[in-house]
Ligand binder design. Structure first.
Ligand code: A3P
Length: 295
């Protein structure tokens, strides 16, 4: 679909069919493929705004047996590097930070399967899915608040078209989602839904802990992690709320914005919802993913 508005991302380029902004330049995407994976690595893979930060905090704590002491001193984005991201101000690359980190590492990525490190089969991959209507609204608000996307001044309608056509950083939600859905049964992959975490956080944390081999994590630690990772607590916590991140203007929209299931209903018009459903049906043809769009 053609549309009048065209938002150009700073340094944007298309890599193997996926649109990226300048923070993930081609040389880094090349290097990601040959990234030296360790057997005890845990990757968090999600499309932007699916609840990545939430899962990072949970997984980091699970992997480190509930080390709340360290978690209270170091922001999550330092404890869990963003693989394909180059901080242009600090001139730091997620890949390099990860390379120099002690094991076990908890590494974040937003890449579709084909762009991930080639030798991924030994480490664990936790994939986070969230219903795409809430993802699109969350991403729209993030675009407005984040200078990395280049002063986005478009409307919600503009953004929705960009989202549906994959003209946003990290490309098409549909491509990303299909690529990982196909791998959900692989033994080193665990698929977790944001909406399930909202409904039963402790249960999902236990599932995640078992998946990464932490069967002996006590009920007490699981309860404390769940309590530490509620929306309200993570929003209050300077180590997780990203309010110190220079590129995010939290006054416009904080990273921890609403944290709800079904907020899309406050944003989508009836006809936008119909348009969305039509595009979804066409792109996801034979694929039936049990997304929840409301509580
Ligand atoms: P909203 O914009 O809908 O509030 P990501 O970390 O992938 O960028 O995702 C950000 C989204 O996850 C935001 O969604 C944010 O509020 C939500 N989120 C972050 N921490 C959360 C938590 N502890 N509980 C529920 N939602 C959370």
């Amino acid at each position: 679909q053609d549309y009048g508005y065209r938002h150009v991302l700073p340094g944007e380029h298309v890599y193997d069919g996926v649109l990226f902004f300048g923070y993930s330049p081609p040389d880094i995407l090349d290097a990601v493929k040959n990234f030296r994976v360790r057997d005890d690595d845990v990757f968090i893979v999600s499309y932007p705004k699916a609840g990545t930060t939430w899962m990072q905090e949970i997984l980091w704590l699970v992997v480190h047996d509930g080390d709340f002491e360290t978690a209270s001193k170091t922001p999550i984005y330092f404890r869990s590097p963003f693989l394909e991201f180059k901080d242009l101000t600090l001139n730091e690359v997620g890949l390099d930070i990860a390379h120099g980190m002690r094991s076990p590492r908890v590494i974040k990525s937003h890449l579709p399967f084909r762009l991930m490190p080639k030798k991924l089969d030994k480490s664990k991959v936790v994939v986070v899915f969230r219903n795409p209507k809430d993802v699109s609204v969350s991403y729209y608000n993030f675009y407005k608040s984040s200078s990395s996307f280049g002063d986005f001044t478009g409307t919600w309608r503009d953004f929705l078209i960009m989202f549906l056509t994959g003209k946003v950083d990290h490309g098409s939600w549909f491509d990303f989602t299909i690529s990982w859905w196909k791998r959900r049964h692989e033994p080193n992959v665990l698929l977790v839904f944001y909406e399930d975490m909202k409904r039963n956080l402790k249960g999902e944390i236990r599932k995640i802990a078992n998946f990464i081999g932490k069967h002996d994590l006590s009920e007490d630690v699981i309860t404390r992690i769940a309590n530490h990772c509620t929306f309200d607590n993570m929003k209050k916590n300077p180590m997780t709320n990203h309010e110190d991140v220079y590129s995010i203007n939290s006054k416009i929209s904080p990273l921890l914005r609403k944290g709800k299931i079904g907020d899309w209903k406050n944003q989508y018009s009836v006809s936008q919802n119909e348009d969305f459903d039509a595009v979804y049906k066409e792109k996801m043809k034979d694929i039936d993913i049990p997304f929840r769009y409301e509580w």
